[in-house]
Design a protein around this ligand. Structure first.
Ligand SMILES: Cc1cc2nc3c(=O)[nH]c(=O)nc-3n(C[C@H](O)[C@H](O)[C@H](O)COP(=O)(O)OP(=O)(O)OC[C@H]3O[C@@H](n4cnc5c(N)ncnc54)[C@H](O)[C@@H]3O)c2cc1C
Length: 385
């Protein structure tokens, strides 16, 4: 067992950390409070130039082919400065990976290089609907073949990066005669296609800089060959890809949690009460000790899941464990960071309240942590029954 990063992984981690400090950290609070979409998108382009848009994508499609461990550590470093940027990267990587896994050669060549190079600001993953959240088999958007075109009708909600995505991976029902989930297919829809309408933007608790929108399909016509993978195989494709995406969200949570406790620990060495630094109080020391221990455990779970995925081994249970644990540890870290800062921690003058808001969604998206517990227990029980 070897728990050290390789030289290449360390280089990617260092590059991500330096970029985050130089480019993301200085504007993260402004993006959160006031918004600055051009600055946000400019940073995505710079990250694409550095090769961060396709870290786990094959070289032949424009990716860095650096592997899942490298992807995980990079997302953590980016999230330490800006969770919105990190989630955009994570979703982009997921879109590239799903096209790489299920797309035809022509689809891979048409879209993946554009996401990796930054020609597309982003890709979008269009699964969730009002009636299909934790249960994606409830997808109701329809795709009907009309000559040599598919006609899409329906709507999606909560779609990350929708306003600036160059391509959307979209799930729609193609056979209503079979049981729920068996008749869903996966499609690629180009941004700007007539009938694809970007709907209302959600006003969220945190991660303000990343856009989250409704999508509407109003007789949206796409070519017959926009089908990705086999007809009616969409549910399997979605479930497989979500497992990989969970490593990204766990890594993001870890980054936010680390940012919060790093800040609070430093603060505790500067704030004086009762004539001494608050870091002298055992109550503060124990919060610091517990939090760093939990985040280290989260890191190891993430490395385990990422390593298994990289090795081509089954990793779904490990990804769910890592996502669940890391995102809950991150929320606890943020809660304690606010506590360590006292009243100041509850104001926008200090970053820990932003970290707490940014961390909150990580136990919900990419499968809620209740669903992760279902996946984990199902795998465990299956192995003994
Ligand atoms: C900011 C943001 C970005 C997002 N980005 C994307 C995106 O890019 N693409 C995309 O497709 N989706 C995206 N989502 C959607 C996200 O994945 C869903 O919100 C999530 O899967 C939960 O679905 P839901 O919100 O409908 O909650 P529900 O499914 O309604 O769940 C409500 C509650 O019931 C619980 N619950 C549901 N079923 C069970 C069960 N079987 N057992 C135990 N508890 C259960 C849940 O855990 C939760 O606590 C995003 C959401 C947000 C908020």
């Amino acid at each position: 067992m070897f728990l050290e990063l390789t030289g290449e992984q360390r280089l990617i981690q260092d590059t991500a950390r330096e970029f985050a400090k130089a480019e993301l950290d200085p504007i993260a609070a402004t993006l959160d409070q006031e918004g600055d979409p051009p600055a946000f998108l400019a940073n995505l382009r710079k990250l694409a130039e550095l090769g961060f848009m396709g870290l786990n994508v094959k070289d032949e499609y424009g990716g860095a082919e650096a592997g899942v461990v490298a992807f995980s550590v990079a997302i953590t470093e980016i999230a330490r400065a800006c969770a919105s940027t990190a989630v955009t990267l994570s979703v982009n990587n997921m879109v590239c990976e799903v096209i790489q896994a299920a797309g035809s050669e022509a689809q891979k060549k048409a879209y993946i290089p554009k996401i990796c190079s930054g020609e597309f600001s982003a890709g979008a993953f269009g699964l969730t609907e009002t009636g299909a959240g934790s249960d994606p088999s409830g997808v109701a958007t329809q795709a009907v073949l009309d000559g040599d075109q598919w006609v899409l009708n329906g709507s999606k909600i909560f779609i990350t990066s929708a306003p600036y995505a160059g391509v959307f991976v979209v799930w729609a029902v193609t056979d209503r005669s079979v049981p729920k989930g068996k008749g869903i297919s996966c499609f690629l829809v180009e941004g700007g296609t007539p009938g694809l309408v970007i709907g209302k933007e959600e006003h969220k608790t945190g991660q303000h800089a990343s856009a989250t929108n409704e999508l509407l399909f109003e007789d949206c016509r796409i070519p017959k060959d926009a089908l990705m993978g086999k007809l009616n195989d969409g549910f399997r494709i979605a479930v497989g890809e979500l497992a990989g995406g969970r490593i990204g969200i766990g890594s993001l949570g870890l980054g936010v949690g680390l940012a919060a406790i790093d800040y609070a620990t430093q603060y505790s060495t500067e704030r004086t009460q009762f004539g001494q630094k608050i870091s002298n109080f055992q109550a503060i020391q124990w919060m610091i000790a517990d939090t760093y221990t939990e985040l280290e455990a989260a890191r190891l779970l993430l490395m385990n899941a990422a390593f298994k995925k990289e090795q081509g081994k089954p990793f779904a249970k490990e990804a769910s464990m890592a996502k669940m644990y890391a995102t809950e540890a991150a929320n606890r870290a943020c809660y304690k960071a606010v506590q360590i800062l006292g009243g100041y921690g509850y104001t926008v003058d200090f970053p820990v309240e932003r970290y707490a808001r940014d961390a909150r969604i990580t136990t919900i998206y990419e499968g809620t942590n209740e669903i992760q517990r279902t996946i984990i227990s199902r795998e465990i029980l299956r192995s003994i029954v």
